[in-house]
Design a protein around this ligand. Structure first.
Ligand code: FMN
Ligand code: SF4
Length: 415
């Protein structure tokens, strides 16, 4: 049986005008919020916890639990925030952009539901400045939601008040990392903060803050409207629901695909019309630059958070880059390493020096080093050391593509 898409988040794409709130409402829009507002805030996050939804920004943290932590941290404090992570900086990832450009109300609705669950009165949306259409359509959606009483004072006739505002990023990969993003939101230079404390405790303006990815939030309206059992009827036990994969590289139909979790890499390939012009599959890079290379032995593995982790791979944000027999994995790895060097903020030595050294050593791999096998092993060791000593996840990331490339494709890298 051929695999089909299962569209929950993307259900309206191509069917409604993203700049017309009435069309969203006619397509059952804001029903989830309406229902949430009849529930107690704790009932909302308990429903999300029971649904098993996990964060779609890369780490896969249980979303309901994060809402609960943020709601219950520092009791007595009135001000809490929701921050929507719309920075989407991971190479190969373009799913949030599709949502923001083509159905912005769905993630706004999710953000208001999340705000109600943790009793936040302010939502910030942090969008990368390059995403002009996302910014325009999100701003229009916010303005229209205010005009309809879906934002502002007394939302939908209840006593819940919530404001929403867009803040723009300036194209720094690191500013997608939640604590760095909060620094940037506060108007400071995008340097990471030390973790813990987590944003649930000390977030933006030192207040408890729920940070969620756009896709994560876009799941909430349907979860609240249809319930946890409906949501759990899709996907797998540990990764329920659907996931948007963004597929690029050597396939016939690259693009975005929303599928039930549990799909295998081979099934995803089939969904994209197979390898481009009959080429042979060589490798996939899963999860972007901060992801892992896999070879054909992984084609029949389920693409879920836990299964991929068990196999030493990553799901990350759902970016999948496909390589064919004649593509150079050396070039791709070199690209990833240059990316980390470029994006390192330079605050801590292991990452600042380490990312530069890794690019230099990768150059040497190509330029006829006398002992390439040892050089590659040294690079993996250096990256492991960086992973153990760098301040934030950026410096801990180069080990992922490097070690996985060395594991599956060492012959090609040193050949
Ligand atoms: C270097 C770096 C970049 C990141 N970029 C993004 C991003 O662009 N979008 C995103 O949602 N999460 C990004 N994350 C993950 C966030 O820190 C955070 O885990 C996420 O926004 C939490 O939302 P979720 O629970 O809904 O996944 C990044 C993390 C790191 C370390
Ligand atoms: S690990 Fe890299 S990006 Fe993170 S603080 Fe250190 S230098 Fe900056």
């Amino acid at each position: 049986m051929s695999i089909q898409e299962t569209r929950i988040i993307l259900k309206n794409i191509g069917k409604i005008d993203p700049r017309n709130i009435d069309e969203y409402i006619s397509a059952s829009g804001y029903k989830g919020l309406k229902k949430a507002l009849t529930m107690k805030p704790a009932e909302v996050f308990e429903e999300v916890m029971a649904s098993g939804l996990r964060g779609r920004g890369g780490a896969g943290f249980p979303s309901g639990l994060k809402q609960k932590f943020t709601s219950e941290s520092r009791p007595g404090l009135k001000q809490r925030y929701v921050v929507v992570n719309a920075d989407e900086g991971e190479p190969g990832t373009f799913k949030d952009r599709v949502i923001m450009e083509q159905d912005p109300h769905i993630y706004l609705e999710g953000a208001i539901i999340a705000a109600y669950a943790i009793q936040a009165s302010m939502v910030y949306i942090y969008i990368r400045g390059e995403y002009q259409e996302s910014i325009r359509n999100s701003q229009k959606a916010i303005d229209d939601a205010y005009a309809k009483g879906i934002l502002g004072k007394g939302i939908m006739g209840t006593d819940f008040d919530c404001e929403m505002e867009i803040k723009l990023g300036a194209g720094s990969y690191l500013c997608g990392e939640e604590l760095t993003m909060l620094e940037s939101l506060e108007g400071k230079r995008g340097n990471p903060r030390i973790k813990p404390p987590f944003p649930a405790e000390i977030g933006v303006f030192k207040k408890p803050t729920l940070v969620n990815n756009v896709e994560t939030l876009a799941n909430l309206p349907a979860i609240i409207a249809h319930g946890k059992d409906w949501y759990r009827s899709m996907g797998t036990e540990d990764s329920p629901g659907t996931k948007i994969f963004t597929i690029s590289g050597q396939v016939n139909k690259p693009g975005y695909y929303e599928v039930a979790m549990g799909i295998t890499l081979q099934q995803l390939l089939d969904l994209c019309g197979g390898m481009r012009d009959g080429r042979t599959f060589k490798a996939a890079l899963l999860g972007g630059a901060a992801g892992t290379f896999v070879d054909a032995s992984m084609l029949n593995e389920q693409m879920t958070f836990d299964n991929l982790q068990k196999k030493g791979a990553t799901l990350g944000s759902g970016a999948v880059m496909i390589f064919a027999e004649d593509d150079s994995l050396y070039d791709m790895l070199h690209n990833c390493l240059r990316f980390f060097k470029h994006e390192s903020c330079g605050k801590c030595v292991p990452c600042r020096v380490g990312t530069t050294m890794l690019v230099k050593k990768a150059d040497d791999l190509r330029n006829g080093h006398p002992d390439k096998e040892k050089l590659l092993a040294d690079m993996v060791r250096d990256a492991e050391m960086m992973a153990g000593t760098s301040l934030c996840f950026l410096g801990q990331s180069p080990v992922l593509p490097l070690k996985s490339a060395a594991r599956y494709f060492s012959k090609e890298l040193i050949g």
